[in-house]
Every structure is written in structure tokens, then in C-alpha cells.
Design a protein around this ligand. Structure first.
Ligand SMILES: Nc1ncnc2c1ncn2[C@@H]1O[C@H](COP(=O)(O)OP(=O)(O)O)[C@@H](O)[C@H]1O
Ligand SMILES: *[C@@H]1O[C@H](CO)[C@@H](O)[C@H](O)[C@H]1NC(C)=O
Ligand SMILES: *[C@@H]1O[C@H](CO)[C@@H](O)[C@H](O)[C@H]1NC(C)=O
Ligand SMILES: *[C@@H]1O[C@H](CO)[C@@H](O)[C@H](O)[C@H]1NC(C)=O
Ligand SMILES: [Mg+2]
Length: 714
């Protein structure tokens, strides 16, 4: 960025507490070294802007008017925060254009109203066109993916990211609708329809009203749409992760539990639902805590019939469906089971507790056994096993843990059965993946859930960086520029903080294994281990039970309370054993594959338990699951693409003396430590000081014989 020559009056952006950025114009010449700038705001007021003498940093420049409103941000002369915001605003406010490109990235603004830009004729208009020739649109991105899949025979992934309520799920859905419309169906009866029918089911069970979004997906989702040789859709497969289980038993003010519970309550009068003994959502503890049982404009009873229709479309017969609803109704009743205090460490459930009776009836299990194990626990020492009564608080927590456990098992089972219904008999030739991931989250109170989400986003950001750099590098290759330096925010240090040995997750897992481990002792260990040596980790001044992580997007303060419990995610084994004796098939199926499931995750991650540790390994914690799922399942395609480029072979020849001279020249005066160096012939990403980024770590071996020590000088 160069400051205009003296004599030309530049227009700049000034930070503003209210409007974020305000436009202003220089009214006097500026010469380097001046301590103030004289400026005039658009309303005529004159202001003085103090230049920080240590940095000489001037306010960001405005783009020439002629450029504002461009449909690709990269065509702006100046690309910084105010320029991006202003350009998006002008497009949206003046012309209702919600889509803008930023190179290969499509930026979307949520209009919060139905726009007439998604009809079939628009899909047809985009079909077969080049991305650059058309107005920015989600259909253009979908077409680009489809074209590369069909023409170049390459598998594709679309990643949709953004904060809650930004419009991710809606965008992902339009992308899928696009594929369903343009792909010539290959005989198999309405595969497309079935793929689209999976949405209402997943929405009913995985979406809820939050303060930000009436219809917020509380799980991450990666859908792979399979195509045959002729590029027709033949099936789909979905992976879900990080379902927000706590919502099943707790909702903040103004929020709701998962839609399906309200749909059931709103349909309780139907004859087939009578045996569930439901009432309105206000009657159940797990649906009334947010005191907000209604969503404007949504008729839960009507949504229930949508959900049922979608299940039927996917081939779930009525009796199977009824078993699902029966279990959900049972969860509602379980949340109302009252536990009575008897003494400090003793509690009971009255033998005529109606809700527990209905719960047991709907689950097909024994009332006495369930009541007993809600109030007792089996303890095992090396020599004996004994049964101990628990306090009321423990019993209530145990009840909630059971409800969450049943719900998440049911959710998983439904995902599996949706996948079964979408599976194709034919051989899949290629796929397009769509990842709809919760964006970065920061609330007033952040807990384990936000931590997992933000960690996932941190990983996503890293993959994204590397992917974009690879593409950028291809551009340079075309122009035959041999080497280039790109400023790059490397988030590897933050990822290390979370996942490395003695990092946040490691310490958490360790604390979970301690017999006396607690959130507070964990917090102390975090401070002792990480505070001094990690720049991305902080302790809030006024709390001993919270920590701060400097994520790429923001600083976030996490409250330690509940981390251990949520990470362990334990339920009373004896309660599960009672359920395993149920007389209902579905319930047996939900719990039958306990052992199978753990062993298959182990295979997936390659984490092999050391001898004598197998029991510990069985209790795989959520933290580990997150790592495994995200790394192994979701991003493997992208990583594969990146690692196709192996720089090692020709590396030595390319690092010639003239190269070193060039680099030294380029690096002169640079102070940023996070710079990415790319060899434009083969991908080769290195951050300076010399730490190879994680993805290239395996493939990039810097030969020790090379004297590159000068690079670490920075
Ligand atoms: N392209 C769009 N056009 C119209 N409304 C939209 C669009 N994208 C999002 N919305 C509205 O915003 C709401 C939230 O969007 P959603 O995709 O659920 O957010 P996210 O998945 O990012 O949390 C939707 O229910 C819808 O009402
Ligand atoms: C939730 O949003 C989807 C779009 O993502 C929409 O089709 C559905 O009707 C919405 N459901 C509710 C209950 O708002
Ligand atoms: C794309 O994915 C399919 C599996 O769905 C695989 O068989 C095929 O080899 C992949 N194609 C490429 C080019 O990687
Ligand atoms: C590597 O180069 C630096 C100067 O760039 C020099 O000081 C150093 O001695 C060299 N080391 C070796 C092992 O050649
Ligand atoms: Mg969503």
C-alpha cells in the first residue's frame, strides 16, 4: 500500500466506535514524519488524526469510487477490513446483492428474507457456465464443483463456514438442490428426492432455536454426494459430529430443545401418539427451561407431519417411526422424574412416580430396577463390588446424563439409517462433499462445546489457508514467478496449544483419569504448564477457573466448570444394563454395538492402547473423538490433494546461491514472523522462523546440508 504523493488529497477510513469505520478526506498534505493528519469527515467536521510515531501507521485508504461495488473483492486496489465491509455493504444495501467473490471464495450475506434468486430457471442459467462469467452465486460455486467433478474427474469439497445464523445450512442446502437438479438422474428412482428428504429429519433432531437463530443446527455435518460415471447422483453419505448433547437437558433463556420434542408435544392429541401420554411442551422440564416454546411463523404440528413424511420417503416404515417417537417421548418423561432427598448421600424416587412409570413403560424396562439404579451406583475395588446410594444431586445429574446418552444414541442410529437409505447399490465413481460446520462461537459464557467447535474451526482455517495458498501458487506458476512470499497467519501455534503433548486436551484427558481430578485442579495444571510458555494462552485476572485462548478469530474465555464431566461423558453403566433388557428392538439396537463401535474408532485413528490400558481406552473421550473425526474423515481429501505435491526431490537444486540472495533481499526489513514461503514449482510451505506447517511436515524434509540458517534470523 502506498500513500499517495503529496498534493493529492487521499480519502481514508477512520476507526469509529459506533459505525466501526468512518470515511474521511485529507485536507492538508502529509509528509512522512508528521505527527498528525488533518482530516474532514463526510458531514463536514474537521478532525485531527494522531499518527503513532513508533509505527508510522496511517489509516487505511479508501478505494476509488469507480471500484466500489465490484463483484470480486480481489479487484479492489486496497483490500483491508473497511474496504471489504464497505464493498459488501454497498452491494447489499444498494442492489440487494448478497453474494460477492473474493477470489475462489464466495462471501454470502444473510438477507433474512426470501429472495427470488433460487428458482429452477436460475439454476438452468448457471448450469454449464464459467464461474467468472456469471454474477456471484452459490449456484456458481456448485456449478464449478460439478464441472470439475464431471469434466476433470476430480472429487470436490465445498466448505461452508461462518458464525451461527450466517446462513450456512441454507447455503449448503441450495448447493445440494443444485446438484439434484443438474445431474441427470441415472435410473434409480428419485435418489435426489431422498437426498433432499434427509434434511427435514436432521433438522428435526439436530436443530433448535437459539438466541441467534430460530433454526440453528447444533451439530456439524459433512455430506458426500456420490455420482456415477455419467455424473448422475446415485447416493449420499453423511457424517455428523459434535451434537450438542447438553441441550437435551438444559436450555438457556429464550432457547429451545431440539425441534422434534416440540413437534411431538404439538401432535400429542393424535390417536397414534396417545400412548405417549404427552401434553404441551410447557409441562416438561427439558422443554420449558428456556420459557420460549413457540417459534414465530412455525407450526410444530405441521412440522411433525413433514418429519414423518421425510422418514417415510427414506423408507422408515410407520412402526419403526413409532419406536423412534416412543423413545423421544420417554426422554421427555424422564426429564420430569423427581428425586427426593433423604439425607446428605441418600435419595429416592417414590414408587408411584408417574413420569418414571411412563418412561419405563415406553422403554419396556422394569420400574424397580430403573428407580434403584437412578439412586444407586455400583462401585468396584480390586477385591469387591458394592452398591452405594448417591446424593440427590448425583441422582439428578445421572438422570440427565442418561437422557443425553439415549438421545445421542438415537441420533447416531438415525444418521446410520438415513445413510443406509441413501446408499447406492451401484459403484460410486466420484463425489462432491459439502461441509456445513458451526462457525467460530463466542458467548458470554463459553464451555466445552464452544471449545470443541472453536478447535474444529481452527483446524478448518489451517486447511483453508494451505488450500488457498496452493491455488495462489498455481497463479504464480502461470506467470513464471519462481518464488514468492505471502503474508500468512499461521495458526499452528494455537493448534499445538490445544492438541500437542501437555496441551489443553492432553491435560484434560489426564485429569479425567485422576481419581480425584476436578475442574479446579485441571485449571491449576493449565496455568502451571501453559501460562508462562505459551503466547496463545492466558488466565483471566479475576478468575481461577477460566482460561483464555487466542484463536485466529478472537480471544475466547472458557469457563473450566463442567469440562471434566463433559469430556468423560459417563453414564451409570447399570442404568444402561437395565435398558439393554428392554423388550423393544430399537432400544436393543441402540445399545448393542457398544464394543464394536469403540474398536472401529480405534482402527480409524490408529491409536493403539498400550498393554493394560485397554479399559481406559474404551472410555474414549469426546476430545479424542473430535480429533479423530475432523482429521480423519472430513479433511482427508483436502490433505491428500495437498500432499500430492512433494517438494523434496528438486528442492536442493532449486535452492541455489542466487535463490538465497533473492530471498535475503525479499526478507530485508521484514519483521513478521508468520510468513509463508512458497516454491511455485512444487508446493512448499514454510513459515518463518523455519517451522514447516503441519500438513507438509511429513513430506517436507529440509536437507540438513543446506545452510538456511539465515532464514531464522527473522
Ligand atoms: N440465502 C438466504 N436467503 C434467505 N434467507 C436466508 C438465507 N440464508 C439464511 N437465511 C435465513 O437465516 C436463517 C439462518 O440461516 P442458517 O443457514 O440456519 O444459519 P447457520 O446454519 O449459519 O446457523 C434461516 O433460517 C433463514 O431464515
Ligand atoms: C429450518 O430451516 C430449514 C432451512 O434450513 C427450513 O427448511 C425449515 O423449514 C426450518 N424449520 C423450522 C422449524 O424453522
Ligand atoms: C474419488 O472418490 C472415489 C470414491 O468415492 C474414488 O474411488 C476415486 O478414486 C476418487 N477419485 C479421485 C480422482 O481421487
Ligand atoms: C551458514 O551461513 C551463515 C551466513 O549466512 C554463516 O555465518 C554460517 O557459518 C554458515 N554455516 C555453515 C555450516 O556453513
Ligand atoms: Mg446451521
Amino acid at each position: 500500500i502506498h500513500w499517495p504523493v503529496a498534493g493529492q488529497y487521499a480519502r481514508v477510513w477512520l476507526p469509529d466506535a459506533e459505525e466501526v469505520w468512518k470515511s474521511a478526506e485529507l485536507i492538508k498534505d502529509y509528509t512522512p514524519g508528521d505527527l498528525t493528519l488533518s482530516l474532514q469527515l463526510e458531514d463536514g467536521t474537521e478532525v485531527e488524526y494522531k499518527v503513532d510515531p513508533t509505527t508510522d501507521k496511517l489509516p487505511p485508504l479508501r478505494n476509488p469510487n469507480i471500484l466500489v461495488g465490484e463483484n470480486d473483492l480481489t479487484s479492489l486496489s486496497y483490500l483491508h477490513e473497511p474496504a471489504v465491509l464497505h464493498n459488501l455493504k454497498v452491494r447489499f444495501i444498494d442492489s440487494k446483492l448478497i453474494y460477492t467473490y473474493c477470489g475462489i471464495v464466495l462471501v454470502a450475506i444473510n438477507p433474512y428474507e426470501a429472495l427470488p434468486i433460487y428458482e429452477a430457471d436460475i439454476i438452468n442459467a448457471y448450469s454449464g457456465q464459467n464461474m467468472g462469467d456469471m454474477d456471484p452465486h452459490i449456484f456458481a460455486v456448485a456449478e464449478e464443483a460439478y464441472k470439475h467433478m464431471a469434466r476433470d474427474e476430480k472429487n470436490q469439497s465445498i466448505i461452508v463456514s461462518g458464525e451461527s445464523g450466517a446462513g450456512k445450512t441454507v447455503s449448503a442446502k441450495y448447493a445440494m438442490r443444485y446438484f439434484a437438479t443438474v445431474s441427470c438422474s441415472s435410473g434409480e428412482a428419485n435418489v435426489e428426492e431422498r437426498v433432499l428428504a434427509s434434511s427435514p429429519i436432521m433438522e428435526a433432531l439436530g436443530n433448535a432455536k437459539t438466541t441467534r437463530n430460530d433454526n440453528s443446527s447444533r451439530f456439524g455435518k459433512y455430506i458426500e454426494i456420490g455420482f456415477d460415471k455419467k455424473h448422475g447422483i446415485i447416493g449420499a453419505n453423511m457424517k455428523t459430529y459434535l451434537l450438542e448433547k447438553s441441550r437435551v437437558v438444559f436450555q438457556a433463556h429464550g432457547e429451545r430443545n431440539y425441534h422434534i420434542f416440540y413437534q411431538l408435544c404439538a401432535s400429542s392429541h393424535l390417536p397414534e401418539f396417545k400412548p405417549f401420554k404427552l401434553g404441551c411442551a410447557d409441562d416438561f422440564h427439558c422443554t420449558n427451561q428456556g420459557q420460549s416454546p413457540v417459534i414465530d411463523g412455525v407450526d410444530d404440528a405441521k412440522e411433525m407431519s413433514n418429519t414423518r413424511r421425510a422418514f417415510s420417503l427414506l423408507g422408515t416404515c410407520d412402526s419403526d417411526q413409532m419406536e423412534i417417537y416412543q423413545i423421544l417421548a420417554a426422554i421427555l418423561h424422564l426429564s420430569n422424574v423427581e428425586v427426593k432427598d433423604q439425607s446428605a448421600d441418600r435419595c429416592s424416587i417414590l414408587p408411584d412416580n408417574v413420569h418414571l412409570m411412563v418412561f419405563c413403560e415406553l422403554m419396556g424396562v422394569s420400574f424397580e430396577e430403573m428407580a434403584h439404579w437412578l439412586c444407586h451406583r455400583k462401585l468396584q475395588t480390586t477385591t469387591e463390588t458394592y452398591v452405594k446410594s448417591v446424593s440427590k444431586m448425583n441422582a439428578v445429574n445421572g438422570r440427565d446424563a442418561l437422557a443425553k446418552h439415549i438421545y445421542s444414541r438415537l441420533f447416531k442410529w438415525i444418521v446410520d439409517s438415513v445413510n443406509n437409505a441413501l446408499k447406492s447399490a451401484k459403484k460410486q465413481h466420484s463425489f462432491i462433499g459439502v461441509l456445513d460446520i458451526y462457525g467460530f462461537e463466542t458467548f458470554d459464557v463459553n464451555s466445552f462445546e464452544q471449545f470443541c467447535i472453536n478447535y474444529a474451526n481452527e483446524k478448518l482455517q489451517q486447511q483453508f489457508n494451505l488450500h488457498v495458498f496452493k491455488l495462489e501458487q498455481e497463479e504464480y506458476m502461470k506467470e513464471a514467478i519462481p518464488w514468492t512470499l505471502i503474508d500468512f497467519y499461521d495458526n499452528q501455534p494455537c493448534i499445538n496449544l490445544i492438541e500437542a503433548k501437555l496441551g489443553v486436551l492432553d491435560l484434560l484427558d489426564e485429569e479425567c483419569r485422576m481419581p480425584k481430578g476436578s475442574d479446579d485442579t485441571w485449571a491449576q495444571k493449565l496455568y502451571n504448564t501453559l501460562l508462562k510458555q505459551n503466547a496463545h494462552f492466558d488466565k483471566p485476572r479475576l478468575s481461577n477457573r477460566a482460561f483464555i485462548i487466542h484463536h485466529f478469530a478472537d480471544k475466547v474465555e472458557y469457563q473450566c466448570e463442567g469440562f471434566l464431566e463433559k469430556n468423560k461423558d459417563t453414564v451409570n453403566e447399570e442404568q444402561i444394563n437395565v435398558l439393554k433388557k428392554s423388550k423393544f428392538d430399537l432400544l436393543l439396537k441402540l445399545f448393542e454395538d457398544d464394543e464394536k463401535a469403540t474398536s472401529s474408532t480405534k482402527k480409524l485413528t490408529g491409536i493403539s492402547g498400550r498393554a493394560g490400558q485397554s479399559q481406559r481406552d474404551n472410555k474414549k473421550t469426546v476430545g479424542l473423538q473430535v480429533r479423530c473425526l475432523i482429521i480423519v474423515c472430513v479433511f482427508s481429501q483436502i490433505i491428500k490433494v495437498l500432499t500430492l505435491y512433494t517438494p523434496v526431490i528438486e528442492f536442493e537444486e532449486r535452492v541455489s546461491t542466487s535463490f538465497i540472495a533473492t530471498i535475503e533481499n525479499l526478507l530485508k526489513g521484514r519483521v513478521e514472523s508468520s510468513t509463508l514461503m512458497i516454491d511455485t514449482k512444487k508446493i512448499f510451505s514454510v513459515t518463518l522462523p523455519f517451522t514447516p506447517s503441519s500438513v507438509s511436515l511429513e513430506t517436507i524434509q529440509i536437507p540438513a546440508s543446506l545452510n538456511l540458517s539465515f532464514l531464522t534470523r527473522i
